[in-house]
Design a protein around this ligand. Structure first.
Ligand SMILES: [Fe+2]
Length: 173
């Protein structure tokens, strides 16, 4: 068996940008895609190479309505996996990964390391990134089907989309 377990379709392709508002305008003009209102992936249980201990992470994000694969735009955050040195093509996102730790362990077994994790209170992995250099400059992102800690840009809660179980980025603000 390969490290993926089975071939997986790409849910989204992500780019790290210095200014999210500007990127949304630019990517909308260039692709014709419609981008969601800005949201935040906000957690106090983030770990990456900048600090392996759990720490705060508050990344501003926007997804295209079109897809999959959707386009994800993320704003530079912190000094690690989303730091300014990482601007540009960032990751291929795979959704509905039921056991993120097991998938990452299979990748580690073939030499693909990790850099960036988000955990629940009980230690379940919600998201994990592979390390950039392992796959020719692009990361893979494994995303659990559990709802992630995503809030509106102003910090208010967003509902879950009953169809997908994911945070509804398109909910009225
Ligand atoms: Fe992503």
């Amino acid at each position: 068996m390969n490290a993926a377990g089975s071939p997986a379709l790409i849910d989204h392709i992500a780019f790290l940008v210095p200014d999210l508002e500007e990127a949304i305008l630019w990517w909308s003009a260039a692709t014709g895609c419609t981008f969601s209102p800005i949201a935040r992936y906000r957690t106090s249980r983030w770990s990456d190479r900048s600090d392996p201990e759990l720490h705060d992470h508050d990344a501003r994000i926007s997804f295209s309505k079109e897809g999959p694969p959707r386009i994800e735009l993320m704003e530079v955050t912190g000094e690690g996996a989303l730091g300014a040195a990482e601007i540009g093509p960032h990751h291929l996102g795979f959704a509905q990964v039921r056991d993120v730790r097991a998938r990452m362990a299979r990748l580690a077994a073939i030499g693909v390391g990790d850099d960036g994790w988000s955990f629940t209170k009980d230690g379940t992995a919600l998201v994990a990134f592979t390390e950039r250099s392992a796959l020719d400059g692009i990361r893979l992102e494994m995303v659990s089907p559990l709802p992630g800690p995503i809030v509106a840009d102003d910090g208010s809660l967003l509902p879950l989309d009953p169809a997908t179980g994911r945070t509804d980025l398109w909910a009225p603000r």
